[in-house]
Write a protein that binds this ligand. Structure first.
Ligand code: NAP
Length: 216
């Protein structure tokens, strides 16, 4: 059993990570801005208030846990851009203050920086909407930041190009920097199976200090 501090539990992906962690017997502290928005209740769930953009708050909730999971974003609005890289900076700064006792960090990333078979990256595709491009590059900037960090045990997990609520199959494939596509050429993962991969990584750490990706 691991103790997990989870940011983003009220969100699409974080909510699935919360459910998966609880069903597998982990102890979760959901760190939320508004506790009224979290409808889950479970004996192994504690809810606390905190802001991922405040390093002191990060350190306070992280202290004594095994792992901090961050699934934060800004919904469909510009809040995304104000959240993704600043959250990475704050998480690293907050965990750093805990020194060797700091828990590891698993952060939800983006698919934009993944390599495609033509030797480019997902974000090089033509016709992507400007807003989506900005989010992809914000995740790319956050990944660059993590890659410069050696004193915090971080992991960045990029979803497939498409991630949406769906079925929990319990199976997925992994890669490090290459976009995973299925037999039909589609890159996808359900949010439920993405959550399975996050909890698998918590239980069996295989990607400390690196980015990896999951897909079918
Ligand atoms: N294919 C891809 O690459 C792909 C696809 C989808 C998503 N993603 C990434 O996955 C992440 C999660 O996406 P999602 O769709 O699950 O997002 P979401 O449903 O919008 O949820 C975002 C979560 O972040 C929380 N949050 C935002 N700012 C916070 C702060 N300052 N302190 C604490 N919590 C904060 C929100 O809490 P509140 O309830 O308080 O607002 C919410 O729980 C995002 O970074 C997104 O870009 C990647």
């Amino acid at each position: 059993m691991s103790t997990i501090a989870l940011y983003g539990a009220t969100g699409t992906i974080g909510g699935r990570i919360l459910d998966e962690a609880l069903r597998r017997g982990h102890q979760v502290t959901a760190v939320v801005r508004d506790p009224a928005k979290l409808t889950t209740s479970h004996p192994a769930l504690t809810v606390t208030t905190g802001d991922v953009l405040d390093p002191a708050s990060v350190a306070a909730v992280a202290e004594g846990t095994d792992v901090v999971v961050s699934a934060v974003g800004g919904g469909d609005g510009p809040g995304h851009l104000a959240t993704i890289k600043p959250a990475a900076e704050s998480l690293v700064a907050g965990l750093r203050t805990l020194g060797a006792a700091a828990p590891r960090l698993i952060a939800v990333g983006g698919a934009g920086s993944l390599r495609t078979p033509d030797g480019k990256q997902v974000w090089d595709a033509e016709g992507l909407p400007e807003f989506l491009l900005q989010i992809m590059h914000a995740h790319g900037d956050a990944l660059d930041l993590y890659r410069s960090v050696s004193d915090v045990r971080w992991t960045n997990l990029s979803p497939a190009a498409t991630i949406a609520p769906g079925e929990r199959t319990g199976t997925y494939r992994t890669a490090t920097d290459d976009l995973i596509t299925d037999a039909a050429g589609e890159s996808r993962i359900s949010a439920e199976d993405y959550a399975v991969a996050v909890v698998d990584e918590i239980e069996r750490p295989r990607h400390i200090g690196e980015r990896f990706t999951v897909g079918y």
